[in-house]
Design a binder for this molecule. Structure first.
Ligand SMILES: CC(C)(COP(=O)(O)OP(=O)(O)OC[C@H]1O[C@@H](n2cnc3c(N)ncnc32)[C@H](O)[C@@H]1OP(=O)(O)O)[C@@H](O)C(=O)NCCC(=O)NCCS
Length: 324
């Protein structure tokens, strides 16, 4: 008979849990990136005024045999399940379920909203694309389909919300097609061009963000433009110098990944192939800047997937956003 202790993790135990997390990644070949204690603490423990983090664990004879983590967005009162890990030799005897139930109860003390496993979780865990040990992505989009954990969460009563596919593009394989070159000329004849943003030359960025109605993009781009220390380039689609689309800011991460925050085209200029073109130019410039790959994810039903697929992106993993 196993004698278990399930309890909240105390601050002085964080280091031990960081080692447990890293050890389990190795032993169970999990997708997560191993991390130093500073990163682990920042991701799983440090709270901001907008979120509360809950970490609980399970011990047998002072040995950790399970770890579960969750987060509550205090603004929207949405609770998120971040992670449940059980040591392999203790799996399939109900410990994961027990640990989960305690975490669920703790989160439900704060809210009646349904519990989500989703990329909206403020806790972002970096992970390796399988069989691609050098290719990383900064957010887990949901529960990996075709995994034990998917069956586990189904058994716990979680329902499917939306399937998210993770895409990878190896930039080595990327080149601008003849079709893209032709499209550039076609749009140029209509005074529509793709350039890097130049505040001395281009105007009406604000009007674009007003039309796109996306505060997150507006904030990221405004911050990038006001950052005098590091001038990250931003690609813009322009019509006679007026900004009618954007993508960026472009940043080559140390791992070689090309990072950009978003892509958007003004509603008056949609359905003319400009978005597809802008995205191809984004890939092109990332390659020129020395990035070796790009990753992103999007919903199975999201039309944007065709833009990515046309540029050569391939699906490498599928996740399910779940809720209970
Ligand atoms: C997912 C995980 C936490 C489950 O923990 P556990 O203690 O083994 O789970 P339980 O024993 O409570 O299982 C509950 C149900 O989940 C499902 N399940 C669990 N393991 C399963 C497996 N290997 N195969 C099929 N179904 C499984 C079953 O429906 C099971 O109920 P049943 O035994 O009555 O059929 C554990 O496998 C694990 O640590 N995996 C690695 C970490 C991970 O990927 N975590 C998920 C990301 S958050």
């Amino acid at each position: 008979m196993i004698k278990l202790i399930i309890d909240t993790i105390k601050d002085h135990q964080i280091e031990e849990f960081c080692s447990y997390f890293n050890g389990q990644i190795h032993q169970q070949k999990l997708i997560y990136q191993p991390m130093p204690i500073t990163t682990f603490t920042e991701i799983f423990y440090e709270e901001s005024e907008n979120n509360k983090k809950i970490n609980i664990a399970c011990w047998e004879n002072n040995t950790i045999i399970g770890y579960a983590s969750g987060c509550l967005n205090l603004e929207t009162l949405t609770p998120f399940l971040t992670l449940v890990i059980i040591t392999q030799s203790y799996q399939r005897i109900g410990i994961g379920t027990k640990l989960y139930q305690l975490l669920e109860n703790k989160l439900k003390n704060y809210t009646t909203h349904s519990l989500k496993i989703s990329f909206f979780n403020p806790v972002k865990i970096p992970w390796f694309l399988q069989d691609q040990q050098k290719r990383t992505h900064p957010t887990v989009p949901g529960v990996l389909i075709d995994s034990i954990s998917y069956k586990f969460f189904q058994k716990l009563g979680f329902n499917d919300v939306v399937k998210q596919n993770v895409y990878l593009l190896e930039l080595e394989k990327f080149s601008l097609s003849n079709k893209v070159q032709k499209k550039i000329e076609e749009l140029k004849n209509k005074d529509i061009e793709i350039e890097f943003y130049n505040p001395m030359k281009h105007q009406n960025f604000d009007e674009l963000f007003f039309d796109l109605k996306n505060d997150d993009w507006k904030e990221v781009i405004t911050t990038a433009l006001n950052n005098d220390k590091e001038k990250l380039p931003i690609l813009v689609l322009t019509h006679n110098r007026t900004v009618i689309g954007f993508s960026g800011p472009l940043q080559v991460e140390t791992c070689g990944r090309g990072y950009f925050n978003g892509i958007g085209i003004h509603s008056n200029y949609r359905n003319m192939g400009a978005g597809k073109l802008l995205f191809s130019m984004l890939c092109h410039y990332f390659k020129e800047m020395g990035a070796s790959y790009m990753t992103l994810f999007t919903g199975e039903e999201n039309k944007a997937r065709y833009i990515y697929e046309k540029a050569g992106f391939e699906i490498v993993h599928s996740f399910m956003v779940m809720e209970k």
